[in-house]
Structures are given as C-alpha cells and as structure tokens.
Design a binder for this molecule. Structure first.
Ligand code: NAP
Length: 309
C-alpha cells in the first residue's frame, strides 16, 4: 500500500548512540521526512515530541505512518510487531533481528498488513559499494579477504547487550562487511568453517574467523585499539579491487578510484525508505544474516580472556 506524499511523518524509537549519531541528523536534513516524535525510555531529541511508552505513542499518534527502530536487536521484534499490527511502515536498523525466523515473521506480517518493511544495511550505502559492484560484473572473482577490526569500547561504550544472547558480539560489526560482500559478489558463496573466540565471561564472540566457498575469508576482531580496519580486498582475473574504510573508499590495483558525490550512508537509507513507502514495497534481504547464523551453527568455539568495558 503506497501512502501519502513526502514529507512523511516519522517516529524514531530507541534514542541511543546510532539514533543520535546518524538517524536524527539524516532525518533533519532531508526534505522527505518530518521527525514528528521519539519513543525512548530515557532519550529525547530537542524540539521533538517525546514519548516513553510505545503502546501509548501508537494510540496517541495514528497520523505518524512511518516508524524507524534504532533499538538493539533483542527488543526490536516486539516493537516491530506492534508497529506493523498498527499498520505503520517500519524501518529496521541492522541486524534486522535476533534470529532469521523472527524477521521472516515480520515480513509475513508486513505483507498481510499491506505496509512497508525495510531491513536496512547501512554499509551497503557506503560511497564505494555500487562502484565496486559494477566493476565486479565484468570480472571473475578469484578470492576475497575481509579484515574488520575495531574497538568495541569506542563503538559500543558500556553496551552490555552486544555480549548478551541475541547481541551477536563481533558479528554486529562483522555483518556490515557481509552486507557489502553479499551485495557486490556476482555469485553467492556459503560458509564452510569458522572459529569463534568467546570471552570466558560473555555469551557472544569478541573475535571470529570465517571461511567461505570461493576462496573468501573474513577476520573480525573487537579488540583493535588505535587505527581501525574495515577492508575488503578482492582478487580478480583483471587485478585487485579493494573497498576501504567500511566501503567509503574504492581502490583499483592499489590506486584510489574517483567516486561520485555521495549523500552519506544514513541519508541514502532514508531516501530508500521514502522510495519504498511511496511505491508500497518492502526490502528485506537476509543474506548477510544467514552467514552469521551459519557461523554460529558451524563455528568452533574457543574460550579467551574475560572482557569488561
Ligand atoms: P544503544 O545506544 O545501546 O541502544 C539504543 C537505544 O535503544 C537505547 O538508548 C535505549 O533507549 C533503547 N533500548 C536499549 N535496550 C532496550 C530494551 N531492552 N528495550 C527497549 N529499548 C531499549 O545501541 P546503538 O549503538 O544505538 O545500536 C542500536 C542498533 O543500531 C544496533 O542494532 C546496532 O547494531 C545498530 N548500529 C549501531 C552503530 C554504532 O556505532 N553503535 C552503528 C550502526 C548501527 P532508552 O533506554 O532511552 O529506551
């Protein structure tokens, strides 16, 4: 069901790190959107109507037809389900849920309700990704090496949910790399082995090595201090292609490739959401999350030193 015309009224739910860093500025700068309300137990945005209770918000503001959920994955399903039952269009932060089956349940519900569900993958919107994808169409990929190493204390300060069941641990950033991989590879690959390092006091991994078919490998590590590494290096029959800085930069045979003007990852996500709502369509691609689920199923577990923030 396509709805109204832009600017669409939107509510942001879960006013935490990513809402403040990215969602609020992207929405406030966009002509497509009017940030009409927030729902958060403690967070607010200056000048925006603030609600604390989601049920009360849904009852009070039926005019706000789009809801963007910036919560951690664990509580997200319950919020998404309520929003869809209330016939609102829903945008999900990545990863779209704790499990594949709960996202599929949301997909079915969105279709039944005739509303849009968008499982967003912000890294797919990075400046170099579309250009890398188009270069790969005319090449044969011979191997891929992903290095995704960052400092969990910098990006998830004090966020214990990342180490709780459903938080995915280092797969939370790692899934960003896999969202790019699954977008740009001409042929799909699948996981063949993995090794997962679990801190002895935590329920999710802090580091991981993943090996896929097609000579594709990934190393994720959340203990990286100093410079951060978000690199995807691709060997092809016509030389090397690399995406660096999480997909923001493209290199062809070691030389930086010029990229078109880019709005930024989150402005691009919200432009896509506006397009989906206008067309009455949904966009839910579970490919990145299938690889993570496979790694959790197939991965050999290694216990490592305890981790505390
Ligand atoms: P966060 O700051 O820890 O949490 C976001 C907000 O969600 C919190 O401020 C909290 O707001 C609400 N919340 C947390 N637990 C809740 C619960 N059990 N029930 C209801 N509300 C709860 O997390 P974040 O870093 O913004 O990450 C949120 C999502 O964005 C994750 O899926 C993450 O992967 C993704 N993301 C994060 C980053 C990053 O750099 N951190 C980057 C890209 C994407 P109230 O307590 O006020 O309700």
């Amino acid at each position: 069901m396509a709805h109204g015309t832009s600017p669409y009224k939107i509510a942001l739910v879960g006013i935490g790190k990513i809402a403040r860093d990215q969602h609020v500025p992207a929405l406030q700068a966009s002509p497509d959107w009017e940030l009409a309300a927030t729902v958060s137990r403690s967070g607010t945005v200056e000048g925006v109507e603030a609600h604390r209770d989601f049920d009360a918000f849904l009852a009070a503001r039926p005019d706000i037809e789009v809801i963007s959920l910036c919560l951690p994955p664990q509580p997200r399903f319950a919020y998404a389900r309520k929003a869809l039952l209330a016939r609102r269009h829903v945008m999900l932060e990545k990863p779209p849920g704790q499990t594949l089956a709960e996202v599929q349940a949301l997909q079915r519900l969105a279709a039944k309700q005739g509303v849009t569900l968008y499982a967003s993958w912000h890294s797919r919107m990075a400046a170099g990704v579309a250009a890398a994808k188009s270069r790969l169409i005319e090449r044969v990929v011979q191997g891929v090496h992903i290095t995704w190493k960052e400092d969990v204390r910098k990006w998830h300060p004090g966020q214990d949910w990342v180490f709780e069941p459903g938080g995915m641990g280092v797969m939370d950033p790692g899934i960003n790399a896999l969202s790019i991989l699954t977008e740009i590879l001409p042929e799909p690959v699948h996981l063949v082995s993995a090794e997962l390092e679990f801190p002895e006091n935590r329920d999710t991994p802090i580091a991981a090595r993943l090996d896929f078919t097609g000579n594709v490998g990934a190393v994720f590590d959340w203990r990286q201090e100093g410079p951060q590494s978000w690199d995807i290096e691709i060997e092809t029959n016509k030389g090397a292609i690399a995406l660096r800085d999480g997909g923001a930069r493209l290199e062809i045979d070691g030389t930086p490739a010029p990229l078109p003007e880019h709005p930024g990852e989150y402005p691009a996500l919200y432009a896509r959401m506006a397009e989906l709502v206008a067309k009455g369509e949904s966009d839910v691609d579970l490919a990145p999350m299938i690889h993570i689920a496979d790694a959790m199923t197939l991965g050999r577990r290694v216990t490592v030193a305890p981790f505390n923030f």
